[in-house]
Design a protein around this ligand. Sequence first.
Ligand code: B1M
Length: 236
Amino acid sequence: MSDEEDIDEEIILSELSDDELVLQMHDDLYDGLNDEIVEGVNILLERKWQPYDVLTKALVEGMRIVGEDFRDGILFVPEVLLAANAMKAGMAILKPLLAETGAPRLGKLVIGTVKGDIHDIGKNLVIMMMEGAGFEVRDLGINNPVENYLTALEEEEPDFLGMSALLTTTMPYMKVVIDTLVEKGLRDKYMVLVGGAPLNEEFSKSIGADAYCRDAAVAVETAKDMMKRKHNQLKA
Ligand code: B1M
């Protein structure tokens, strides 16, 4: 094939319809193409898409597809890392926009991924959405032993402790953290929210968390509701 024909076949993202562009972005995320993801996010924003829709329809959905093929042994860790980096590049553009609501401070959250677990995309999304909704957030990052949570809780005195786990092997560590809070007489000081793909409501109850958050939007709604209830209790 000549160079000319090669160029002819190049996809011009800005010439695609919205639906085509979103599908192309799923492919580009799958292929870990940072520049294309950044361009796609910017095009959708220029077309007046809401940042939340860009996030969920283009990026989160793309990562869901990556996750399926990772599970099925079609993709491997290096490829998934590239996809994760492309997702982060897109999220970096959306972060200030999601945080731009100017809402008054609703409460404070300390959040981190538990010990043994380095997945942080979902946690970072929760942070973006919580900040966007007006919560103050201290991010403890990944691979947190119980000591990290305890130190941060003492320093920040937050309303919420959030924990994220993406592996069935690391989710039980959430119970270690909660049990430690109980032992130290600190459990009632904080509302504990947990999340991550392998969790569910039942698990959350069994470890003594206050709520399971299926996704970032649910985390925001749950936290808002709980703050309302906390204020009502204080008034009563
Ligand atoms: Co990993 N990985 N991974 N991985 N990885 C999963 C989780 C897996 C399900 C893939 C699969 O097999 N289908 C599988 C776990 C299987 C299991 O435990 N049953 C898996 C595995 C096995 C592994 C390794 C062990 C692979 C290996 O080394 N052989 C390894 C473990 C490393 C470790 O942690 N010690 C590993 C490594 C990696 C990468 C480093 C390559 C990369 C992570 C990069 C990063 O995060 N910086 C990676 C990725 C990207 C994934 C998948 C494909 C995508 C995760 C993701 O980012 N999803 C994932 C497959 C999947 O989940 N379907 C997979 C998008 C994100 C927006 O969703 O994280 O669910 P999610 O977050 C949501 C909700 O869960 C919720 O809100 C978020 C936003 O809506 N939420 C919370 C999450 N945390 C919350 C906290 C809250 C509230 C809500 O607190 C208040």
